[in-house]
Design a protein around this ligand. Structure first.
Ligand code: ZN
Ligand code: ZN
Length: 265
């Protein structure tokens, strides 16, 4: 499942430029997505802010380029449920209220936060996802891959996403859409699969394993972490198994970071 997520960011990519180099890249996205002219979905792209960012030519053809204006974006998505919005927030600061506002406009909106600290500030990254962002990155290649996947979903089926309510998905499109849009959301248990109607306690896992191009096997890695603590007063040892992450702390834009794990004896 995680291997299909475009939001992972290798450390080798951290030297990407701190601002979104708009004109050239938007033109590249438009070329990559031009084959989707017959799609049932109308994919619209907004780069926030747009001032001076987009060449006039980018507003024509397959890719609908929309202005960085909440009222106009809301008007466009409300015109048709087939209008699917993608917004790239390329501001120098983290604007969580803007992310929330875009999520409020459309549950199917794919929000990308493009920020130089995408991998250096885990607290801001987590807050962005909590506000509704689908992807936080400063990696050109990953961003382009995500946009390719988004517009690769054409809406040629009759399934509805249980998470965001997007309708018109084919079975394979649901398999593509679910981790792309909802990998950071809670799984759904004790529900019927929208594709095959089978009951499942873990819908995300079921869709991933069952409804892709080929059936997958859920392989267990056996990876886990143990910690041994020695009490100085009597020299006794306590063995604990790490069960989760309690909190992530970051200061000075990631210069100082600490992860506190939760463990049980
Ligand atoms: Zn969805
Ligand atoms: Zn199923």
């Amino acid at each position: 499942m995680l291997s299909r997520r475009p939001a992972s960011l290798p450390l080798s990519k951290q030297l990407a430029p701190p601002c979104f180099p708009a004109c050239f890249r938007v033109s590249r996205y438009r070329r990559n997505l031009s084959a989707k002219a017959m799609s049932n979905y109308a994919h619209g792209l907004c780069v926030w802010p747009t001032a001076g960012a987009l060449p006039a030519a980018s507003s024509t053809g397959f890719l609908k380029v929309l202005p960085a204006d909440l009222a106009q974006l809301q008007q466009w998505v409300s015109t048709s449920p087939r209008n699917l919005l993608t917004v790239i927030i390329a501001l120098p600061h983290w604007d969580f209220r803007l992310i929330s506002a875009l999520t409020y406009i459309s549950r199917t909106c794919f929000i990308v936060v493009w920020h130089p600290d995408a991998t250096e500030d885990p607290i801001a990254r987590i807050k962005a996802f909590e506000a509704g962002a689908r992807m936080v990155t400063n990696d050109e290649e990953h961003l382009q891959e995500a946009l390719r996947l988004i517009t690769g979903v054409h809406g040629n089926g009759n399934l509805q996403c249980p998470w965001c309510g997007l309708s018109g998905l084919s079975t394979l499109e649901l398999w593509q859409h679910q981790p792309l849009y909802h990998i950071y959301e809670l799984d759904k248990g004790n529900v019927a699969c929208p594709a095959c109607s089978k009951p499942t306690s873990r819908l995300t896992r079921h869709i991933n394993l069952t409804h892709g191009p080929a059936p997958l096997v859920d392989e267990r890695t056996g990876v886990f972490a143990l910690a041994i603590i020695r009490r100085p007063s009597d020299g006794k040892f306590l063995l604990v198994q790490v069960t989760g992450i309690l909190t992530v702390e970051s200061l000075r834009r990631g210069m100082w970071r600490r992860i506190i794990f939760l463990a049980e004896p």
